[in-house]
Design a protein around this ligand. Structure first.
Ligand code: ATP
Ligand code: MG
Length: 274
């Protein structure tokens, strides 16, 4: 049950490898969690702004952005835009974020800007009714290890790692594991891996099956049972500014993201009970 006293959970969707399904997962997992009844804030932390576009916020509608929130000009709640999905908001991003590193260069707490902003939402989750606060924050990270990703990993309770079922999938992963260890030793001692999600899986190819097996061998039970299939509807949806669940609820991609959301909620329950 959610309600006053609920804990906010902040998940960073990260993998410095490009094009593995981070943004697609942020959009569609966010939608699926909201469809299940959780209140979700997606934070677009990529200057490309793909999560903003995919959630229906075009560049001209991005008045207050993640840049404004990270420099402290607005709160996340003030910058949040309601999407077409009840219970799902997004803080949009644009290319302003490119300049953040330089703008914060002299600031000793530059890696903690997002953590401090999220702390305000966490306090609200504990005191306000469930319909006036967020239960999940999902951070869509850029494909690099810059100040933006550091802010995400410093702010997050846990990391969700999308891995594309293709050759070289594991290449970036051991690097990401090292990064998470470094962050635990420095910025955020309690950072965990929530789980690893296999994306763009094609059950017809041996390669997809082999990569899936290899990733499960490496990460064991951290890998979710739910696998996201390669599905053209999933790739089409963002150009209509819609999550896949709104674009085509019945397709295999939508159903996979609903299963993933259910699995994540279950894993969160177990974490809490442990
Ligand atoms: P970047 O590192 O550039 O931020 P990313 O990790 O966020 O990329 P996405 O943008 O989510 O990756 O996905 C990369 C491409 O793959 C996009 O064109 C997207 O539409 C497509 N894609 C993602 N998931 C699927 C899927 N399940 N089926 C088919 N296409 C997909
Ligand atoms: Mg992306």
């Amino acid at each position: 049950m959610t309600g006053p006293g609920s804990k906010l959970r902040t998940l960073a969707i990260a993998n410095q490898k490009g094009g593995v399904g981070k943004t697609t997962t942020a959009i569609n997992l966010g939608t699926a969690l909201a469809a299940i009844g959780e209140r979700v804030l997606v934070i677009d932390l990529d200057p490309q702004g793909n999560a903003s576009t995919g959630l229906g916020v075009p560049p001209e509608a991005r008045d207050r952005t993640m840049y404004d929130a990270l420099v402290g000009a607005v709160s996340l709640a003030e910058a949040a835009v309601q999407t077409a999905i009840p219970g799902l908001c997004v803080v949009p991003a644009n290319s302003d974020l490119v300049g953040l590193e330089a703008d914060l260069s002299g600031d000793a707490s530059r890696a903690y800007k997002l953590r401090d902003a999220v702390a305000v939402l966490a306090a609200q989750a504990e005191t306000r009714p469930a319909d006036q606060s967020f239960r999940y924050v999902l951070i869509d990270c850029p494909p690099s290890l810059n100040i933006l990703t550091l802010n995400a990993l410093a702010a997050a309770d846990a990391v969700l790692v999308p891995v594309q079922c293709e050759f070289f999938a594991l290449e970036g992963i051991s690097q990401l594991k090292d990064t998470i260890e470094q962050i635990r030793a420095t910025l955020n001692p309690s950072l965990e891996i929530q789980g690893v999600v296999l994306t763009m899986h094609d059950a017809r190819t041996t390669l997809s099956r082999e990569v899936a097996q290899e990733v499960r061998g490496f990460f064991g039970s951290k890998v979710y049972e739910s696998v996201i299939p390669r599905n053209t509807r999933v790739a089409e949806a963002p150009s209509h500014g819609k999550p896949i669940l709104l674009y085509d609820y019945d397709c295999a991609g939508s159903q996979a993201y609903i299963r993933l959301a259910t699995e994540i909620i279950e894993r969160e329950r177990q974490t809490k009970a442990a």
